[in-house]
Design a protein around this ligand. Structure first.
Ligand code: SF4
Length: 361
């Protein structure tokens, strides 16, 4: 549920009463335009403004008659997420806190590098998975986002950088596979040449390992990329770190990932946040090697982002390199991923927690 602060903000916003144009299907939009006496080509014109050009007001839709723009504005909104906070890192990354019309807020991040722009988006406001090292998990779930709200985060970052988005990772707040349909609809719109036009292989979903949805995802026709947040190949450690997926055993995860690779031929990624003294011991490293050896996988080792008040600390760089070497020795490619934005609140949920906490107090 939205916090009291979020609900009060929503009550003061009359736009919350109108439907967001992004949530209309093509058929619904065509029907509405026909009821307003418009020719059939108008639907395509409106959709281009909405999805490709990310119009923020109906007045921008200059190839529509003024009377139509006014009629649409009376009936609909254009998303209307508002940026309520941002942090800019010395490495160029920008983290945004966006608030939707009902008052809930989520984080998204833009990460530029050379000619590329990667965007990390949230799929839920808050999260119910309760990962022990995560600021979002500690705050619980507010609600799942719509496909349009997921898409809108990408467009917000694109417009702020004034640059084409080259890849998107659904690795922000929330568990994408607990909001499967909206996540898939957003991926399709991001992939659509009439939408953001981003190649399917550059669209990545990161899941804690919600097993029933992994094979569903494998059976989707597009070649979207899959990342699994593994964080430990020792059942007891994983249960403690990731209680939300305790019911899905590592054995079952291992088996389903084998099926996924057989079905898709694509290499998944295992994300592994190195936590000093918790999942970076020799026994944990051996278990990770055993879990990965002989499988088609890439391991992303991430130095844990420290969360205020958390007992967890990142491993040392030397230890991360030990992991890379040992995994390479059993034929598994691994890289240590730079933590982007480490001089701002890099872990997901920290900016939201900071702003909501401040406004509630
Ligand atoms: S790490 Fe991801 S899945 Fe886990 S609680 Fe945080 S947002 Fe949810």
């Amino acid at each position: 549920m939205p916090s009291d602060t979020e609900k009060n903000d929503a009550a003061a916003n009359p736009a919350a009463q109108r439907r967001d144009l992004h949530t209309l299907t093509h058929g619904e939009l065509a029907e509405l335009l026909a009821s307003l006496g418009q020719p059939s080509f108008r639907a395509k014109q409106v959709e281009e403004w909405v999805w490709s050009k990310n119009a923020r007001s109906f007045d921008e839709m200059t190839n529509l008659p003024k009377s139509l723009r006014e009629a649409l504005a009376e009936r609909l909104t254009l998303g209307g997420a508002v940026e309520v906070a941002r942090q800019v890192s010395s490495d160029g990354s920008r983290k945004y806190l966006l608030r939707f019309t009902d008052g809930v807020s989520v984080e998204c991040v833009g990460m530029p590098s050379r000619s590329k722009l990667s965007v990390c988006v949230s799929t839920q406001a808050g999260c119910a998975m309760g990962c022990a090292f995560c600021a979002t998990g500690a705050a619980g779930l507010s609600r799942s986002l719509t496909a349009a709200e997921i898409y809108e985060q990408v467009m917000h970052v694109r417009d702020d950088f004034n640059s084409r988005v080259t890849s998107v990772v659904m690795m922000g707040q929330g568990e994408p596979f607990m909001n499967y349909d909206a996540t898939l609809a957003a991926l399709r719109k991001l992939n659509d040449p009439d939408g953001a036009g981003i190649g399917a292989r550059h669209l990545t979903v990161s899941t804690c390992g919600v097993i029933p949805q992994i094979m569903r995802f494998a059976n989707e026709p597009e070649q979207f990329t899959l990342a699994i947040s593994l964080h430990s190949a020792v059942q007891r450690t994983r249960n403690a770190l990731m209680p939300g997926v305790r019911k899905y055993s590592l054995i079952n995860l291992y088996n389903v990932m084998g099926e996924y690779v057989n079905k898709t031929g694509r290499r998944p990624t295992y994300e592994y946040a190195l936590i000093g003294g918790v999942n970076d011991t020799d026994a944990e490293l051996q278990a990770l090697c055993d879990f990965c050896e002989g499988t088609l996988v890439h391991v992303n080792l991430i130095q844990l982002n420290e969360v205020e008040g958390s007992k967890f600390r990142p491993s040392t760089d030397l230890r991360a390199q030990d992991f890379v070497r040992r995994l390479a020795a059993v034929g598994v490619e691994a890289t240590v991923r730079n933590s982007r934005g480490s001089d701002i609140d890099a872990a997901c949920g920290q900016l939201r927690q900071r702003v909501i906490g401040r406004r509630s107090s």
